[in-house]
Design a protein around this ligand. Structure first.
Ligand code: GLC
Length: 707
């Protein structure tokens, strides 16, 4: 907690120019921070270093732990694990000598091809909120300022800095705001505003959502920081509620997002023209008037009050004080290496077994053909500000070779699928789908598959900040590779390393499918442990997998990517499984879907206070992990159209063979509530049905509850 008297005393001692200096970025003399606020030496106010990102610390030319993508963390459906993961991120931030982590990304997954879905959690607000709060709590526990982002409705990359999201209040409240509210309630010391506008007002200037909702209604007392070059007129932003402008440095002078290219020594050639595909996803620094340039005169002229300036500074100093930066009693940082094993645990727990005809787990002595264009490379994450550079990394072939007893053959089958990186595209690098001189050799892959007991094919997608994917298909000829291998071996397993939903046209032809997301540096060892059954795949889908044309945004360009820079969220609250339920569309794999190597039975459900209880028995001969999910069906008497069901919570448990476990799921009030424009939050009277099951489409027990 911050000591307000210490902060108030400093406020009386600071000069006006010192106060303004605390409200905007400056050049980091060490050139390491993504954003940097200069301190005030004469008053012993230290500088404040902000660093990316949600998958680990990003400092050019330095290494740090490459954690898994947040969507994979959400797939664990385990908030306790997510909190420990947040602590690991905080410890890594402290190890790097930084003070604020620009994470977690907490935007809802509305657009299945959004280039940054890997940085976010879910299509569901309750799961997104639970994960957001848990990660924030973990980061702050390490005396690091957490920065949930991007407030709010940054749900696509296409034209992200120039679109306005047109969203009704109910949809905003029920879907897009909850994860930020949960982050604030969990103690986030800052919140980052989005590039986009909402209902015609830039988020950096949005007085209603930033000052009235975030600060006044929710009681947020930290600082609101802009996204990089995400402001226009300084006074409008400061009056709207923005407290800190970043990076407030001309292009090319910081170690942040725009300087990455220089640091990598690959600054763009003179005549280079940034491709439209990435240019339309980038902010324009020229639009930023700048706090440092505009606020002195604005205050002098009375356009911005000194009270507002003091409030801005109080919020920055308060956040610094809350992590011990002003008192000097910052906690001793955990050692980052204490969390190395955690990266492995989370990566295995977030892995989702979509299909298995009992080809998995692999027998130790089985002869395995490992196939795929990137089997020699760990998939660390997507491109952009969340990029990390690990000390070590374990590729799929490494992990399987280390684990296998039988023979292992390896065949690429195709040229390497190239990573997609916003920084590289800005520096003039190629956007080609493949980046190796390797010739396709699908015949070789087919021959290897035919000779093996089991063929394991690794496929991947390409995603980066600033660009949305063109579609949900796998890039290159990967689908063809899978189909031809599956025709040669009916025990073909496909491992998908993607940052969100993809289409799986060959799913009926293969024996097993494992959704392994972006596992980070532990990729190979984690996936090998799951494939060989050393750990039970504990993941469940935090997003619906379905054919691209069936998603709500696919039907109308007004919904995505928008028309005349306006994106109409007129699907309302019917995003993800809520849409597929209402439209009665059978998804490929439902929200919450995921299999275990074990089998379970489930008893009837009993509602006790604000939770539901069910007994789960492991009827197999091996330990298994079960994720029991609860959904709420609203009263049939509801006068407002409501989703068929809303996710209310889940509990993940490991159960020994034959054991029966009583499982309790706390029911999130949000799943009972609806936002009414007149009454605000309301719970309609009537009978609610609590559904308990293994996915939104696999309900095993129900219980009624009167509200
Ligand atoms: C980027 C991203 C944001 C990141 C910031 C600093 O544009 O939108 O997530 O933290 O700039 O790199």
């Amino acid at each position: 907690m911050s000591d307000t008297s210490r902060v108030d005393r400093l406020l009386t001692q600071l000069t006006r120019s010192e106060k303004i200096r605390l409200t905007h970025g400056a050049v980091d003399p060490e050139g390491r921070a993504t954003g940097y606020i200069q301190g005030v030496d004469r008053l012993d106010i230290p500088s404040l270093s902000l660093v990316d990102g949600p998958l680990g610390v990003r400092i050019p030319a330095e290494t740090s732990t490459a954690f898994l993508a947040p969507i994979a963390l959400a797939a664990t459906f385990d908030a306790d694990l997510a909190r420990r993961h947040g602590q690991a991120l905080g410890a890594a931030t402290r190890s790097a000598g930084q003070d604020a982590l620009l994470a977690p990304g907490t935007n809802l997954i509305r657009v299945p091809q959004n280039g940054r879905n890997f940085e976010y959690f879910s299509e569901d607000p309750v799961l997104s909120a639970a994960m957001s709060a848990a990660v924030v709590s973990g980061i702050e526990a390490e005396d690091v300022i957490a920065t949930p982002k991007h407030y709010v409705a940054n749900n696509q990359e296409t034209y992200r800095a120039s679109i306005s999201a047109s969203i009704d209040d109910r949809t905003l409240r029920e879907l897009y705001l909850p994860s930020f509210r949960a982050a604030v309630n969990a103690g986030a010391g800052s919140v980052m505003t989005a590039y986009n506008s909402v209902n015609g007002t830039r988020m950096s200037d949005h007085h209603e959502l930033v000052s009235e909702v975030l600060k006044d209604e929710w009681g947020f007392d930290g600082y609101v920081v802009s996204d990089w070059y995400g402001t226009e007129m300084a006074v409008a932003a400061a009056r709207g509620g923005l407290d800190v402008e970043m990076p407030a440095i001309p292009m090319g002078e910081t170690a942040g997002i725009e300087d990455e290219t220089a640091d990598q020594g690959n600054s763009a050639p003179e005549e280079f023209e940034i491709p439209e595909t990435v240019a339309r996803g980038m902010p324009d620094p020229a639009t930023c008037e700048g706090f440092n340039a505009a606020l002195p005169a604005a205050i002098e002229a009375g356009e911005l009050s000194t009270d507002r300036l003091d409030d801005m500074v109080r919020r920055v100093l308060g956040a610094m004080d809350s992590i011990g930066l002003l008192s000097g009693d910052r906690t001793t940082a955990s050692v980052e290496s204490d969390f190395e094993d955690l990266a492995f645990e989370v990566a295995t727990r977030g892995t989702v077994l979509l299909k298995n005809d009992n080809t998995l787990p692999l027998a130790d002595e089985a002869d395995i053909a490992v196939i795929g264009p990137n089997i020699d490379t760990a998939l660390l994450g997507g491109g952009g500000s969340s990029e990390t550079t690990p000390e070590m990394e374990s590729a799929p072939i490494d992990g399987i070779r280390a684990r296998a007893i039988g023979t292992v053959t390896e065949t690429y089958g195709l040229p390497r699928i190239a990573d997609l990186s916003m920084f590289e595209l800005l520096a003039g690098e190629s956007a080609d789908e493949t980046d190796s001189g390797r010739e396709p050799d699908i015949d070789g892959a087919v021959a290897a598959a035919a000779d093996a007991d089991v063929a394991v094919v690794f496929v991947r997608d390409r995603a980066t900040e600033a660009i949305d994917k063109d579609d949900l298909r796998l890039p290159g000829r990967q689908d063809e590779l899978v189909e031809r291998v599956a025709a040669a071996n009916d025990r073909t397993v496909v491992v998908c390393n993607t940052g969100g939903p993809i289409e799986l046209p060959w799913r009926e032809s293969v024996a097993a499918i494992v959704q392994n997301w972006y596992p980070g540096q532990v990729h190979g060892e984690a996936i090998a442990a799951v494939l060989y059954g050393d750990v039970d795949p504990g993941g469940r889908l935090p997003v619906t997998f379905a054919p691209e044309e069936t998603y709500p945004i696919a039907s109308d360009e007004r919904r995505y990517p928008g028309v005349d820079r306006t994106v109409n969220y007129d699907e309302g609250v019917f995003v993800g499984y809520r849409w597929f339920d209402r439209e009665e569309i059978e998804p490929t794999y439902a929200f919450g879907h995921g299999k275990s190597y074990a089998n379970f039975t489930h008893s009837s459900a009993t509602v006790v206070d604000e939770s539901v209880r069910v007994a789960v028995q492991n009827t197999s001969d091996r330990t298994g992990r079960e994720v029991i999910e609860a959904f709420i069906r609203p009263p049939e008497t509801s006068t407002i159209e409501r989703p068929v069901r809303e996710f209310a919570g889940a509990t993940s448990v490991s159960i020994a063979p034959g054991e029966e476990r009583a499982v309790t799921i706390d029911l999130d009030e949000l799943a009972f509530s609806r936002y009414d424009l007149e009454q605000s939050w309301t719970v309609d009277p009537g009978e609610y049905v609590v559904e308990v099951g293994r996915s939104s489409r696999d309900i095993r027990a129900t219980a009624a509850i009167e509200r």
